[in-house]
Structures are given as structure tokens and as C-alpha cells.
Design a protein around this ligand. Sequence first.
Ligand SMILES: Nc1ncnc2c1ncn2[C@@H]1O[C@H](COP(=O)(O)OP(=O)(O)O)[C@@H](O)[C@H]1O
Ligand SMILES: [Mg+2]
Length: 322
Amino acid sequence: MIRVEGLTKLYGDFVAIEDITFSVNEGEIVGFLGPNGAGKTTTMRILTGFMPATEGTAQIAGYDIFSQSLEARRHIGYLPETVPLYTDMTVRGYLDFQGTLRGLKNPRRTNRIDDIIERMRLDEYADTLIGKLSKGYRQRVGLSQALLHEPDVLILDEPTIGIDPIQVVETRQLIKELGKNHTILLSSHILPEVSMVCERVVVVNEGRLVAVDRPENLSTRLGGADRLRLAVRGPAGDVAAALRQVAGVLEVEVERAPGGVERAPGGVEQAHRFVLVCRPGRDLREEVAALIVRRNWGLLELQPMGMSLEEIFLRLTTHEEL
Ligand SMILES: Nc1ncnc2c1ncn2[C@@H]1O[C@H](COP(=O)(O)OP(=O)(O)O)[C@@H](O)[C@H]1O
Ligand SMILES: [Mg+2]
């Protein structure tokens, strides 16, 4: 439904995105994940026909967004990063206005609006001025606007950014429901966010594509419970060698980061931090602990490592360059 090939966009001589290629199949909900400045909005603005790419092509429902823009745009519902809403209009008034702009005639327009208001759970606020709504509800009005012309593809740019936690949960739920009969590309800079609603994730960083995978594979591949961090008092080389012998341990890194080496209290032997990369799905904590004790080293810390998004991006980008 969405095909992006070799998209590149320059702002002056600044490369905002470079050679981005991915596709979204019919009925999929795909997350478009990347830290701020990664190029998500740029890509989405190109995909929705708001600005041209410097190089590359994009197709929506088989139509080229540049040469068949009208047909392509009929298939797209777009929730921009900041939705331009008229604060002095009521929800229904605004949707009626947008529907008119879209060329929807009555009674279809009114029926469609009633339908969407119900679906987006805006009934209570249909006659409220948009200016009086919370950010979460405004976002729903934005989503409603994107649905007016019954598009089958939804492009949602950070739909949950800046809204309160309860609203986030509800918005996520709405997106999941929309996913039952729409193809959705949804951007976010928060991994757990996309993990909850998306079947696949396209990861970008500094304008480049760094991974396309299922969210659970991403976390398995990159961290979560499959990495253990430990601090051990003992000779670094011997400890690392012994750890490498443990079945299921794929990699042992001795951390040399500042603070990675400590002095044992009152002792002369140094403590080192190690990171073990373990075979996915294996919990090696007990085995590792037993080994350290058996060898008479000091086990000071042992914990499964969670990874921050920054670490994930760092890892993805470093891996790419290796
Ligand atoms: N109109 C513009 N002119 C110049 N640089 C821009 C413009 N829009 C975005 N950028 C830059 O392009 C990069 C990608 O921005 P953007 O697509 O908004 O990223 P994201 O949505 O992932 O945060 C950023 O470094 C941003 O500063
Ligand atoms: Mg953005």
C-alpha cells in the first residue's frame, strides 16, 4: 500500500533524509521510529504530497505521489505533527468545514461526520469549541479530519506526543481499532509506544534507515533481558574468559567507560563491569552467579539490562557501520 524507494531530501545542502526505502503492506500497522530530527516528519510530508523529494519515489495504493498526486492523495488520511485547528469552531462545525473543503456533499457529509464523531468517541464534545478541548481531544479531532474522505491509508505523525497518559492509552486504542480496516504508518520517538500498536517498525536515525523488523525482534536483538550487566571483583581477563565458556553466552564485553572500573572497598583487587550478550530467551543469571562464586571472585552486581532508546539507536547505527 505504501512503497518508498530511495527517498532523499535536501534542505539547501543539509541532508534531512537519505536513501530511505521501505514498504507497508495492506492492513499493516507500521511504526516509523526515530529520535527527534531523524527525518520522520520530512518523510511523511513527502509521502502525503506536501513537498517534493530531492530524489526517489513514493507510491500510495499504486499511485505515484508526484505524478499521480490527486489519485494518491485520495487514499491518504494525514495527521500532521501539528494539526492546524480552528479554535473558535465547534468540533462538528470544524469537521463540516473540512468536509466541504474535501468536496463531500450532504447528506453524505453529515452522515460521515456523525459516524466519525461516534467512532472517535467525541460525542460529548461535538458542540464544544475546539479551543476548550484538551490536547488529547484536539488530536482526536485531527484524526477525525484525516478520516473524512474515507481513506484506506493513514499517515499519523507522532499522534500521542504531548498528551496526558490516560489520553495516550485511549488514542492508542483508537489507532488499533482503525488498524482493523486501514493501513497505517505511525511515527514516534518512543520504542514502547510503537511496540504496543505496531506489527513492524521502520527505524531511522539521522536521516538514514537503520532497521526494519518486528518490535519484539528489535528488543531481542538489541537488549532487554538478553543482556546482563555485572560487576565482578577479580582479574578482568580471567573473569571474561570464564564467562565466555558459559553455554548461551554469545559475547562478553568488558566495560571501559568512565566508572566502569572500581576499587573494592578496602581491597586491592579491582572490580570490573561486564556486559554479557546472551542467546535470546536464555536466563543465565543463576549460572553466571554460581560460576563467579565457585571461582572465589566477588559478585557485586548482576542485572538484566534494559536499554534506553538512545542506546538502541546508537547500537543500531554502530552495527550498520561495522
Ligand atoms: N524546513 C526545513 N529547513 C531546514 N531543515 C529542516 C527543515 N525541516 C526539518 N529540517 C531538519 O531536517 C532534519 C529532520 O527533521 P524532521 O523530519 O522534522 O525530523 P523528525 O520528524 O524525525 O524529528 C532535522 O535536522 C531538522 O532540523
Ligand atoms: Mg517530526
